[in-house]
Design a protein around this ligand. Sequence first.
Ligand code: C6P
Length: 432
Amino acid sequence: MPTLDTTALPPESLLSETLRDDFPILQQTIHDNKRLVFLDSAASSQRPRQVIQRVQDLYERDYANVHRGIHVLSERSTDAYELARQKVQHFLGAKQDHEIVFTAGTTASINAVARSWGDANLSAGDQILLTPMEHHSNLVPWFQLADRTGALIRHIPLTDDGRLDLDRLEEVLGERTKIVAVTQISNTLGTINPIEEITQRAHAAGAVVLVDAAQSAPHLAIDVQKLGVDFLALSGHKMCGPTGVGVLYGREELLDAMPPFQGGGSMINQVRLDGFTPTGLPAKFEAGTPPIAQAVGLGAAIDYLTAIGLDKIARHEHALVQYAYEKLQGIEGLTILGPSPEHRAGVVSFVLTEPHAHDIAQLLDLDGIAVRAGHHCTQPLHTLLGIAASTRASFYLYNRPAEVDALADSLGQVAALFRPSGRKRRRKEAKS
Ligand code: C6P
């Protein structure tokens, strides 16, 4: 029998029970009438009716290309698109709306900075400071930049429990460090990193700071001015918004000095037969037709999240994670990756002695539970931890304590099935 921690009590839900009704996709059953338990929001969240409806309304009433036509629909569409930019500005606490650039997502935003700011500011021997817990999107663009410029990659070491070891920051942060690129929340360990402290120390050393907010913007209140960050990247699809849209926030003076990273329509002031002059912010960085409906949908997602309150969402998820941590720890053979709940957000990755992460995910799926398995695009971190893969449950505002119970029950059964006694039973069942 699984050894579950039966003493852990479910937290009282801090969010309204009816909020879950906003998400039509969560109302279904799968695999012979099993209620869908969606614990894969770190990969991509679900979206509420309010967001779906807003995008549909735009397409049905107001849609046209933006900043181009002198006609009613183009004006309405442009107003909706620019209003979305202002919503992002307020959501992030940015000083100016033109510090908000719409991109295709976090990956696109980080690549843009590495290409545009990086190529203009780095040369051989300069240093790029990263961390071992970064997503590949916050590693590979910097490796490519290092290849182009001869810059060197450094890493902030980790503590044994999966936090950044800032006591050792001075070992890797020096006068040749040009940029510190760090995630605010690890998509694998769930660790919440102290961005304000990192930014202060990086600035004191003369480096700029880019924050990967793919996993934090959906879950906690962000104020870029208070944090002091220079660049910040996020994805709409992880925060109840549509796919295909993301944000690059950059401080005005940095964005102003950067060359455009793509050329085409909209980003020019004047084009001649032999050249061009770029226009100002933010259009300089939005070449071509932008993700109009997606940006408007992201604006609706921001309205939705702020009406509930990011602090309330963060507290709700923290209570779920605390509960999941207590319950899963009671499963024999299960190891949770990363720090204790007080240092983590709504992500719980784990390994079982047996079976492999992919098999665990498949067995959970048969019980209606959606989790992610693999290296979660953090291969260097998994290598550092000495594992090839892990299974990850991630929580969002629509998850409930009963879903943690379902996860723990199902996992307990998977673990029991693969213990030596369970294996004997499986062999017997296979023979009969
Ligand atoms: N992580 C996950 O399952 P895009 O794909 O551009 O929207 O986001 C990339 C990205 C960047 N940084 C972090 C910390 C992330 O978690 C992600 C996306 C997903 O963990 C898909 S791999």
